[in-house]
Design a protein around this ligand. Structure first.
Ligand code: C2O
Ligand code: CU
Ligand code: CU
Length: 535
């Protein structure tokens, strides 16, 4: 644990007591510096002033209804206009409204509903204030003191779009400006989402509230008879550190001019922007589009009592067949498409849990009803990609460094910085294997723009041998992905001490895109690299 992180945690402990610390749950993973030298570049400030934090146990649970973000269904040819702006919104009825930065004035932003094959244009309008309300670190790549404090650029996560429309991190624009982006939607139905992607400050912009869902539907999916309309809900999960007066607190390192911290975990969990909401449901099937939009928290979801549910889709659309689950581990950036049947629970209540703590409650109507929805045994043809179709395997390491005990760690992909020359240049139409060698002690959710991929396998290896000799000595057999991870992905969990292999077909467009860790604090400290699809 870095000194700054330790200092931060101590600060919280002193001010709020161990009870709150326990209530957060232990961080799912902690960054460990791999090496350190004696060179300190920053003066260490006094203990960062941590405001008094909210004890979520003081809030009455299940008094607020689960919010439904507004839905935007553009008609053909229409340009959606979505303004980014500061707003105030209550996260729980017993709290004062929180200051947030949003798309369209709601947190989460409006759900965009699109159809496969029908292009969509959005004009993103930056109406944010010119001063950031969260701590910008000017040492972080892309947020140097000479660039404006407040910048934004929007990326639709999981969308197959031309490079110019992807929201490249340096394509940012400032308050008073806007940007038109086109989304061809030439891909299968999927649970996509949009969020800020601004170089050096995306972690702050997302934390401030800048994300929303983008649901792409297609004829095939609509023909299945899955629960729809009022029986289909987005569940956007996030966590925030909230102060006693209900405001966002973004932690700082304690180093005066370098506030970046390696991970952020909230004391409060939010579903669709609400603390411990309830949803009244009928005694029938519902479909839930679950998104982990947190900066750093992994969610381990279950229904109280380990009641089973069905997973029907993952990041990039439907699975081949429904998978019966009792719990689901979702990393930041990942999505899961679930069906829960409440028919046997008529007249009762069931909580959606994250580990041992509830996130929300479903209150089920007293009487059973007829349910015309269906969950077919075969959902979609998802052919497994074959290893032999790949023309090249790239071995790419995932590393963490620390120059000094007090200095933030640096996290890199394949030992390269953002500004190093582009080293991954797949050919358009080719298939590649990316062998991700995780040398750290964390799980990193690694995401590629533009493409969908499949997980080939994960295999344990000896990290020390690799660090000494750069050779892979496997310590166990390769494990194929479990059924719920065997569909189309765009973000996957790359486990520590394992080689995770993605098989990827680079389809769609040429040009420059990015791949990165979706732990946003990692991504903004150089765990992000360009790649370029070439003709
Ligand atoms: Cu959620 Cu670079 O993406
Ligand atoms: Cu993305
Ligand atoms: Cu990471």
């Amino acid at each position: 644990m870095s000194a700054s992180r330790r200092r931060f945690l101590q600060g919280i402990g002193v001010l709020t007591g161990a009870g709150v610390l326990r209530a957060w749950g232990a961080p799912m993973h902690m960054a460990m510096p791999k090496k350190s030298s004696g060179l300190c570049q920053h003066d260490i400030a006094d203990q960062t002033a941590v405001p008094r934090l909210l004890d979520p146990a003081h809030l009455t649970p299940y008094v607020d209804d689960l919010p439904l973000p507004p839905v935007l269904r553009p008609v053909h040819g229409e340009v959606l206009r979505i303004a980014m702006r500061e707003t105030r919104q209550r996260l729980h009825r017993e709290l004062p409204p929180a200051r947030l930065w949003t798309y369209g004035g709601s947190f989460p932003g409006p759900t965009i509903e699109a159809r496969s094959g029908s292009a969509l244009r959005v004009e993103w309008i930056n109406q944010l204030p010119t001063k950031h309300f969260l701590p910008v670190d000017h040492h972080v790549c892309g947020a140097e003191p000479d660039v404006p404090d407040v910048r934004s650029v929007v990326h639709v996560h999981g969308a197959r779009v031309p490079a110019s429309e992807d929201g490249y991190p340096t394509d940012w624009f400032v308050p008073g400006q806007s940007r038109r982006q086109s989304y061809p939607n030439g891909q299968d139905a999927a649970t996509l989402w949009y969020h800020d992607h601004t170089m050096g400050i995306e972690r702050l912009n997302l934390y401030a509230g800048m994300f929303g869902m983008y649901l792409l539907r297609d004829e095939h999916e609509l023909s299945l008879g899955l629960p729809s309309g009022e029986f289909e809900w987005p569940l956007v999960l996030s966590d925030r550190l909230l102060t006693e007066d209900g405001q966002l607190y973004y932690p700082e390192s304690g180093v005066a001019d370098a506030p970046w911290v390696p991970e952020v975990f909230g004391n409060v969990m939010l579903v669709n922007g609400a603390v411990l909401p309830k949803l009244e449901v009928r005694a029938r099937r519902y479909r839930f589009r679950v998104l982990n939009a947190a900066n750093g928290r992994f969610f381990r979801l279950s229904l109280r009592g380990q009641r089973p549910f069905l997973q029907i889709g993952s990041d990039q659309g439907l699975l081949a067949a429904p998978v019966r689950q009792t719990s689901l581990f979702l990393a930041p950036g990942e999505r899961a498409d679930l069906v829960i049947d409440f028919a046997d629970l008529a007249g009762s209540q069931v909580e959606l849990m994250n580990d041992s703590l509830p996130l929300m409650r479903f209150d089920i109507a007293a009487s059973k009803e007829s349910d015309a929805s269906a969950v077919p045994a075969a959902l979609r043809d998802v052919p497994r990609m074959v290893e032999s179709t790949a023309s090249i395997t790239r071995v790419l390491s995932i590393d963490e460094y620390s120059d000094c005990v007090s200095e933030p760690m640096l996290m890199l992909l394949d030992g390269k910085h953002w500004h190093d020359p582009v080293s991954e240049k797949p050919r358009l139409g080719s298939t590649e294997i990316w062998s991700l060698v995780n040398l750290t002690e964390d799980t990193h959710p690694i995401h590629l723009h533009l493409v969908r991929f499949q997980i080939l396998d994960r295999r344990p290896f000896d990290v020390n041998t690799y660090l000494d000799t750069k050779t892979l000595r496997y310590t166990g057999p390769a494990q194929p992905p479990p059924a719920h991870e065997a569909g189309w992905k765009d973000t996957a969990q790359v486990y520590p001490g394992m080689v995770t292999r993605y098989i990827i077909k680079f389809e769609g467009f040429t040009g420059r895109y990015v791949w990165h860790c979706h732990l946003l604090e990692h991504a903004s400290n150089e765990m992000m690299r360009p790649f370029e699809v070439v003709a």
